[in-house]
Design a protein around this ligand. Structure first.
Ligand SMILES: C[S@@+](CC[C@H](N)C(=O)[O-])C[C@H]1O[C@@H](n2cnc3c(N)ncnc32)[C@H](O)[C@@H]1O
Ligand code: SF4
Length: 478
């Protein structure tokens, strides 16, 4: 059975019928199993508490001699004026400015301390503020942290400084403030425009109409402006989600993201509240992605990654065409701007060439440990050489739909055979994907074709020997 709709043009190469992208529902059934999202390799479920502050410091010092040379900084602000029930992030609501100020002071301390171990010859190319809702805290708190970042690192001329914002709390004054501080990219979490859906997920609508806000951001020189949507939420239908996608397109962002709602109530108990309304089935979800995909492509957006769309002149598209798209915990990014990531704040994850380190998850423990120990690592992971190889193979697949085993072997000064051994010697597990026309292997290269991008997590799982160990609870891949 095929589900689908007809669109006017077939500019992409994913169509299985002229002028029309249709998802194959048999493929959905076949490949809809639980699996990692591969925001990192190994997934965060592998981190362990034997990794501590000293391990982080050792790896930060090593990172000065490892690739990439440039530095990315992530700042986590775990506060939200209201908690959305669908949200997978650990955030706090109802915190007074006294608590937030203590948190900001701890952030400043942590940045000042860690940055001492990072070579001053390296350039800061990317700063990303996530959360939580960073745009909901007092502007002077944002200033304080930004100033310490600027004084602790060498800011590159072509730097990117971005903030994830909830439009319910974003006004022109905050945009003016961010502009003055040097921010130049912004992501707006819309999720859905339909008031019924927003009410069900306990979320407020945008303070300023989103089209006006995007226009204002563009006037202020912001680039790569992004809208996040989520499909699979209560009360969403294919038609209602199409209306939301149309409103998003009309607002003319540079990028559009359609996330599949990850429902894991065993890990995030508040999500259970959504079950009282009922949730769209995997087939309906796929039809929502399908309609969003066709609408975005018809509006001139280029598909990037699994669920991102970007204007043809956006740096994501340029990077994809050059096979230089990259991915980290903050989402897709380009190899040009994204360095090793030094993360600050609760639950934030530092992503170095050789290791991951995650901070304490509660603000109270985080503040206490920063005050007493200057660092607050709670768990982490040091990657073996084989795991570094697997990470690169999976990253290439997830980002660029392509992996050149010879190139990976060269990067690690080893043989293609060793790359195959590292990834579990499991190449025959690609046979079903090859038979379904989703993958091609030529000359030590794996090329993902047609609708293979929609089951890319399943294809990546073929090269993940850890998956056989069955560690972790994952959402379904579709
Ligand atoms: C960390 S949130 C911060 C965004 C900002 N606070 C807001 O409310 O717009 C970033 C994005 O993660 C996505 N997200 C959060 N929980 C999710 C879930 N359970 N499934 C899929 N996407 C989710 C949402 O699209 C959201 O915009
Ligand atoms: S979606 Fe944004 S505002 Fe809502 S709880 Fe998550 S981080 Fe907070």
């Amino acid at each position: 059975m095929l589900i689908g709709l007809r669109v006017q043009t077939g500019k992409d190469n994913f169509c299985i019928s002229d002028g029309m992208l249709i998802f194959n529902s048999q493929l959905i059934d076949k490949y809809n199993v639980a699996g990692p999202r591969y925001t990192s390799y190994p997934p965060a479920t592998f981190f362990h508490d034997r990794f501590n502050n000293d391990d982080l410091l050792k790896n930060v010092q090593l990172s000065n001699y490892q690739k990439p040379e440039n530095v990315s900084v992530y700042v986590h602000i775990p506060f939200c004026p209201q908690l959305c029930t669908f949200c997978g992030c650990t955030t706090y609501t109802g915190m007074g400015n006294d608590v937030i100020e203590k948190y900001i002071n701890a952030l400043v301390k942590e940045i000042e301390y860690v940055s001492k171990f990072i070579s001053k010859d390296r350039y800061l190319t990317q700063v990303h503020w996530g959360g939580g809702t960073p745009n909901s805290i007092k502007p002077e708190f944002i200033t304080k942290v930004t100033e310490v970042i600027k004084s602790s690192f060498n800011l590159a001329d072509n730097y990117e400084m971005a903030m994830e914002c909830s439009p319910a709390y974003l006004d022109y004054n905050m945009v003016d403030h961010l502009t003055r501080l040097g921010f130049n990219r912004l992501s707006l979490g819309i999720q859905d425009f339909n008031p019924k859906v927003l009410k069900a997920i306990n979320r407020q609508p945008a303070k300023i109409p989103v089209d006006k806000m995007i226009n204002y951001l563009k006037i202020n020189g912001f680039k790569g402006i992004n809208i996040d949507l989520v499909y699979g939420l209560p009360f969403q239908t294919i038609d209602s989600f199409a209306d939301t996608v149309q409103l998003a397109i009309d607002a003319n962002p540079d990028r559009l993201v359609t996330f599949s709602y990850a429902h894991i109530p065993s890990v995030i108990p508040k999500q259970k509240l959504l079950e009282q309304y009922g949730l769209p089935s995997p087939h309906i979800k796929m039809a929502m992605l399908e309609i969003a995909f066709n609408m975005a492509v018809n509006a001139g957006y280029v598909p990037v990654g699994m669920d991102h769309f970007a204007r043809a002149d956006d740096e994501f598209v340029v990077a994809l065409n050059d096979k230089k798209l990259h991915r980290n915990f903050q989402g897709y990014c380009t190899r040009l701007k994204t360095g090793q990531v030094y993360a600050f704040g609760t639950s934030s994850i530092t992503q170095l060439f050789g290791a991951y380190a995650q901070n304490e998850k509660t603000i109270y423990k985080y503040i206490e440990r920063i005050e007493n120990e200057r660092l607050a690592v709670v768990r982490g992971y040091e990657l073996s050489k084989h795991e570094q190889i697997i990470r690169d193979v999976i990253n290439e697949l997830m980002c660029n739909y392509y992996v050149d085993f010879k190139k990976i072997a060269q990067d690690y000064n080893t043989s293609v055979d060793d790359v195959l051994v590292a990834t579990g010697n499991n190449i025959e597990a690609l046979d079903p994907f090859i038979a379904d026309g989703l993958v091609e292997i030529t000359d030590d290269k794996i090329i993902v074709k047609g609708q293979g991008r929609f089951v890319i997590r399943n294809i990546a799982m073929v090269f993940d020997p850890a998956i056989k160990k069955g560690i972790g609870v994952y959402s379904k891949t579709v």
